[in-house]
Write a protein that binds this ligand. Structure first.
Ligand code: NCD
Length: 297
C-alpha cells in the first residue's frame, strides 16, 4: 500500500473510533451488505474484532467454520468460496494457513476480500491498527524508530508492519536471534540487530512479537529460558533507557517469555488500546471497501 492509502485508512479509522465510546455503538453504514467471516486458522482477537466491526456497522454476518462444513468432505478453498459467493454476498474476511490465500481469492472472485492473516506472509489490518495506535500516541509515524522484536521469520505481523511503517517514513529496527531473522531482509530497508540492549535506547516503540512455536522447526534457539534471557523484554532492561519506550504486542502473549508481565501491564503498554483500535480500524477498512460514500452517522 502507498502512503496516501494508509493515511486515508488511518484517518477514517480515527473518525470511527469515537463510535465505540457511544452508549449505542451502532451506525447503519453497512446496512444491506453481507459479510462472510471465513477463518481456517484459530483466532481470538482478529475474529471477534472483525465480527464486532461488522456488527457496529449493521452488516449481515455469516460465520463460516471449516471444521463443521463440506471442507471436511474435501472441497477446495476456491469451490467453497465460489459457492458462498453464488449466494450473493458482498465481502469475505479470510484467514488461512497458506500464504497468498487471500490474494488467490481476490483474483477469482468479484466479492471484496479482506486478508485476516495468510500463513507466515501478511496480516495487513494488524499492521494498520499498530500504526493507528503509534500515530495516536506520537501524532506521527514519520521519523520514529520502531523496534520489531523476536520471531521475525515466522511473523506475518512483522512483514505487514515492515511494509506499512516504511511507506509511512518510519525507521524499522528488527531485533532477534539470527535464526529468527530472514537473511538479507535489510534489502527491505530495515536495520537488523541481534542485541536488544543496544536497540532499546534507540527505539521510540517496541512491538514485541510472539514466538511462533507452532510454526518453528526445532533447534532455532537452545531453550525458551535462554531466549528470555537474551531477548525477553523486562522492566530491568527498559530501565536502562533514558526515555520511556512505548510497548506493543499483537497478542496472544507468552508472558514470561518474549515479554514479562510487569512490562505487559505497565503504564507504557498500549497492548489493550491496540485491541480497541483494531475494531475502529476494521470498520474503516470495511467502510472504504464497501464504497465509502455513505456518510458516517
Ligand atoms: C497474530 C496472528 O495471528 O497473526 N495475532 C493476531 O492476529 N493478533 C500474531 C500471533 O499469532 O502471534
Amino acid at each position: 500500500m502507498e502512503k496516501e492509502e494508509i493515511q486515508l485508512i488511518l484517518d477514517t479509522a480515527r473518525s470511527f473510533r469515537e463510535i465505540l465510546d457511544r452508549p449505542i455503538k451502532r451506525v447503519p453504514t453497512l446496512q444491506g451488505k453481507t459479510v462472510v467471516n471465513l477463518f481456517y486458522e484459530p483466532s481470538t482477537r482478529t475474529r471477534i474484532s472483525f465480527e464486532l466491526a461488522e456488527k457496529r456497522m449493521s452488516a449481515d454476518i455469516i460465520n463460516f467454520t471449516p471444521s463443521t462444513s463440506s471442507v471436511k468432505k474435501g472441497e477446495s478453498l476456491i469451490d467453497t468460496v465460489k459457492n458462498i459467493e453464488a449466494m450473493k454476498i458482498d465481502m469475505v474476511v479470510v484467514r488461512h494457513s497458506s500464504p497468498g490465500a487471500a490474494h488467490l481469492l481476490a483474483r477469482v472472485m468479484d466479492a471484496n476480500i479482506l486478508n485476516a492473516g495468510d500463513g507466515g506472509h501478511e496480516h495487513p489490518t494488524q499492521a494498520l491498527l499498530d500504526m493507528m495506535t503509534i500515530r495516536e500516541k506520537f501524532g506521527r509515524l514519520d521519523g520514529l524508530a520502531i523496534g520489531l522484536i523476536g520471531d521475525i521469520s515466522h511473523s506475518r505481523v512483522a512483514m505487514s508492519n515492515i511494509f506499512g511503517l516504511k511507506a509511512m517514513g518510519a525507521r524499522v529496527i528488527l531485533c532477534g536471534p539470527p535464526t529468527l531473522i530472514p537473511r538479507e531482509i535489510e534489502r527491505l530497508g530495515v536495520e537488523v540487530s541481534h542485541h536488544i540492549d543496544e536497540v532499546i535506547p534507540r527505539a521510540d516503540v517496541l512491538n514485541i512479537l510472539r514466538l511462533q512455536l507452532e510454526r518453528q522447526k526445532s533447534g532455532l534457539f537452545p531453550s525458551l529460558r535462554e531466549y528470555h534471557n537474551y531477548f525477553g523484554i523486562t522492566r530491568e532492561r527498559l530501565e536502562q533507557a533514558s526515555k520511556p519506550v512505548l510497548i506493543m504486542h499483537p497478542g496472544p502473549m507468552n508472558r514470561g517469555l518474549e515479554i514479562s508481565s510487569q512490562v505487559a501491564d505497565s503504564e507504557h503498554s498500549v497492548i489493550l488500546e491496540q485491541v480497541t483500535n483494531g475494531i475502529a480500524l476494521r470498520m474503516a477498512v470495511l467502510y472504504l471497501l464497501a464504497g465509502g460514500k455513505s456518510e458516517i452517522r
